[in-house]
Design a binder for this molecule. Sequence first.
Ligand SMILES: *[C@@H]1O[C@H](CO)[C@@H](O)[C@H](O)[C@H]1NC(C)=O
Length: 186
Amino acid sequence: TVLPFFIFLLPVALVLLCSSTLCSLGCDLSQGLQEDFSLLNQMSTFSLVPCLKDRTNFNFPKEAMEGNQLQREDAKVIVHEMLQQIFTLFSQNAAPATWNQTQLMQLLIGLDQQLEQLERCLAQDVKWEEPSLGSENSKLALKNYFQGINQYLEGKEYSHCAWEVTRVEIRRCFLFIGKLSKKFKD
Ligand SMILES: *[C@@H]1O[C@H](CO)[C@@H](O)[C@H](O)[C@H]1NC(C)=O
């Protein structure tokens, strides 16, 4: 019959559709996240010491994202939300001219690729259509958190120090994202 033959061809068709490197990476974001983290480190050589007075507690919503009830799909949704918010943060506001603009651009391109990769990875989950209550709560907590960062930057009139403090905070976010993304790596 035709059916077994079709099944035999299916993987070939998928390989052809998925010829880009993005697709072959599957759900493993670790390499991309490491590159983001190192770009974030390198793009400013400015010392944080003069900015210590500008430090603030952004109240990272750790608890809202660490519950035992969090499923694999929730972890994907949370990481997606964080990467999206970080992308918006760095793309919508003019970051300091003293930052290496090439590396900032590379960071944005990298984030965009990881978001795309994660969307493909999310599409593999049937349950993605019905977000869980846990992931909705986490997303809300994250929206508030990033809104706080935006308000802080605005309040400090996007000063160089405010951006440096923000950069350090986002670096911490990446450590958390790295941990969370191990949950859906395989
Ligand atoms: C900015 O980053 C790029 C890419 O890493 C590098 O080639 C360049 O030398 C850097 N520019 C400065 C001014 O540090």
